[in-house]
Design a binder for this molecule. Sequence first.
Ligand code: PLP
Length: 339
Amino acid sequence: MQAYVPGEQPTGGTYLKLNTNENPYPPPPALLDRVRDACSAELRLYPDPEARAVRQRMAALFGVRPEQTMVGNGSDELLGILMRSFVDPDDVVAYAHPTYSYYQQLVQTQGGRSVRVDYPDDYALPEDELVAANAKLTLLVNPNAPSGTLLAQDRVAALARRVRGLLVVDEAYVDFADGGAIPLLADAANLVVVRTMSKSYSLAGMRLGMAFAHADLMTGMAKVKDHYNVNRLSLLAAEAALDHIDDMRRNATRIVATRTWLTAQLRHLGFFVWDSAANFVLCRRSEPSAQAIYAALKERRILVRHFATPRLQDCLRITVGTDEQAAAVVAALADIVRA
Ligand SMILES: Cc1ncc(COP(=O)(O)O)c(C=O)c1O
């Protein structure tokens, strides 16, 4: 088994960090105040194992019942809980590839079998092949990572109807897109929607994920969840983030505007850029090589993501930062490709 390799988290020096899709804008001041206030003797107490305050807010905001929600230590934990709940040895887990590569380790850990169906170059979802895999669990990242491409909601609904087992829609980036599968839960008892506060909510450091599904699925998943899975400070941060959800939406709107500009600039420099509905763009170029561009950017203390896999080796994934950060990476790329 190969370990998952997360994007670089540099410790020394200052980098313009456009490699792991963090949000360039800080969380709301009121959230930081609440977390600071909670740094008290109360930390000797365990957190609420049922995360009731957060789940009530999730239910009210997203139009579901609290029994249909779960909070995780990042959405990675929720994905792990899904695997532990529903995947036995040799069970098939299907997903289109390239996508979030951590799925491979999550499936392997359970002794499951990954069936990876290739996305075509335009990243249109190969729905028939996915359905034909007859999987216990089908995973869909929407918008997809690293392509940023979006599958329309009616297609997600159709896929939920067609797959034999559960459909898990990983919506880590959905706040930068139009849509979202939570409204489909009313008609799809086999659907699980997973979201994260790491990207749009500017809380990657707090490790917060949210899951939504039929209450019966949640009851099963709760059996394999660590009881105190989310710490006191993170729970408070999640409450505050949902209380101030308009801040998140404002920041997402700014990032979408910067994404439009960045995409146009990259195309102007001769990159092929897939249309992105996320807070990153995937771009391709053969000369100079993506690896060489990655290295030249790093020399200029700009970090982007390069995946040394056959399908992605000529691509770079660039997180959309602020306008100034986008201008800085475009200026550096212009220098590099002209040289
Ligand atoms: C598609 C996708 N799902 C899940 C995650 C994990 O996010 P979290 O920080 O909530 O664990 C990521 C993180 O990059 C992601 O890209």
